[in-house]
Write a protein that binds this ligand. Structure first.
Ligand SMILES: CC(=O)N[C@H]1[C@@H](OP(=O)(O)OP(=O)(O)OC[C@H]2O[C@@H](n3ccc(=O)[nH]c3=O)[C@H](O)[C@@H]2O)O[C@H](CO)[C@@H](O)[C@@H]1O
Length: 369
């Protein structure tokens, strides 16, 4: 199968597309892929590292208020559609897949105009603007939350889950905490604020470090690439020392491997993070970002809390003490952590990659009819 993948702007859109390619390759090992991303998006850094061919377009998002910038956005969009058509004609895909973000708007729209089968994947419980726009012309729509169904045209929506879930569930991890000078015989709490990092989480973590320093479990704090230096500066300014069970990193590139060796998680409630956490049945403390469309991260987190699969701390209530208490609850109260892990695993959809692959086949077959 020849597949063009497009999704960008944030890890939550990019990793599912890459995970889908693994599922496709599992079924059709001679498949070929081309990833089309935006020049300025993080995909320009993430995708080439995987070895997948990568092409770039110049796009930007709409401003919510009326502005001259939006005229430039439309001009860039039309130019990107033209370039995308050229790329599609050259690559001759069987199907074009969009996983969200502005760039997928141009690529999938171009494919629709060229009458190539298109599949969009919506990771969230609340549909993104680009996916809604594309859904009218899409051949199939894969969703990860039943709740999102009513936002798309009937007849083409299928609940598939998030392919990243299957990737993390199936990985044979060779990761050892010793690579970070930590121990493999201890429980490990991993803290990260989505793919970009979250200042509010970093600040609460800073307050909690003196507590973490005293624990029998170890703690790995991921700040987000752009917030790492600031975190180190704050540690120096506040004269906070790290003991040998606590580490701070800017970003983790090999998250699927690391997650499979993780005992508990503190994180934002982005859809892809949640898919990973539940695929592995990891107990978690979710701190939803209040700055996203329709407050969808709170809805994502609430669905886990309702199932007894996670604890939630809302950002206005977040503090070092709250974080330390909740972390101890998951890691030091064995029964509590075990029950939560089992509930989390019940929600996971570890065959999501295969389900989305089946949707691609459907879309291609539709065209052939
Ligand atoms: C602020 C914002 O708009 N967030 C959205 C964005 O979040 P964001 O990009 O943070 O999305 P997610 O939490 O869904 O996914 C983060 C991804 O980055 C990976 N990761 C994270 C840290 C790290 O060091 N290394 C690493 O690989 C995680 O394993 C995961 O695969 O897209 C999601 C999916 O559309 C939405 O639900 C989120 O609401």
């Amino acid at each position: 199968m020849r597949v063009i993948l497009s999704g960008g702007g944030t890890g939550g859109h990019i990793y599912p597309a890459l995970a889908l390619s693994e599922a496709v390759l599992h079924h059709e090992p001679d498949s070929e892929f081309l990833y089309v991303g935006s020049e300025r998006g993080v995909e320009a850094n993430i995708v080439p590292k995987t070895g997948m061919p990568f092409k770039q377009l110049v796009v930007q998002g709409f401003k919510r208020s009326l502005s001259f910038e939006n005229i430039k956005t439309i001009r860039l969009f039309l130019k990107a559609v033209k370039q995308a058509k050229k790329i599609i004609r050259e690559f001759q895909p069987d199907v074009v897949v969009g996983t969200g973000g502005y760039v997928s708007g141009a690529v999938v729209y171009a494919a629709q105009q060229l009458h190539i089968p298109t599949v969009i994947h919506e990771q969230n419980s609340v549909a993104g603007v680009t996916n809604k726009f594309l859904s009218r012309g899409a051949t199939r729509v894969g969703i990860a939350f039943e709740m999102a169904k009513h936002e798309f045209p009937k007849g083409k929506v299928v609940l598939v889950g998030n392919p990243r879930a299957q990737q993390v569930a199936n990985i044979k991890s060779h990761f050892s905490w010793r690579t970070l000078s930590l121990r493999d015989d201890r429980q490990t709490l991993l803290i990260f604020g989505g793919s970009q990092g979250a200042p509010a989480i970093n600040l609460a973590v800073l307050e909690a470090i003196p507590h973490f320093n005293q624990q029998t479990y170890q703690v790995v704090i991921v700040t987000g690439p752009k917030r790492y230096q600031n975190m180190l500066d704050l540690l120096t300014e506040k004269q906070i020392e790290l003991s040998d069970n606590v580490r701070i990193l800017p970003y983790i590139d090999n998250m699927p491997e690391v997650l499979s060796e993780t005992s508990a998680i503190v994180s934002r409630a982005g859809a892809t993070s949640i898919a990973e956490i539940t695929a592995l049945g990891i107990p978690s403390i979710l701190i939803p970002s209040p700055y996203v469309t329709g407050d969808h991260q709170t809805k994502n987190a609430q669905s886990l809390v309702d199932a007894g699969a996670a604890l939630m701390i809302k950002e206005p209530d977040l503090s070092g003490i709250k974080l330390a208490e909740a972390s101890d609850k998951l890691l030091l109260n064995q029964d509590f952590g075990d029950v939560m892990a089992a509930q989390s695993a019940k929600i996971g959809m570890p065959d999501a990659g295969d389900r989305l692959y089946a949707l691609l086949l459907d879309a291609v077959a539709d065209k052939a009819e």
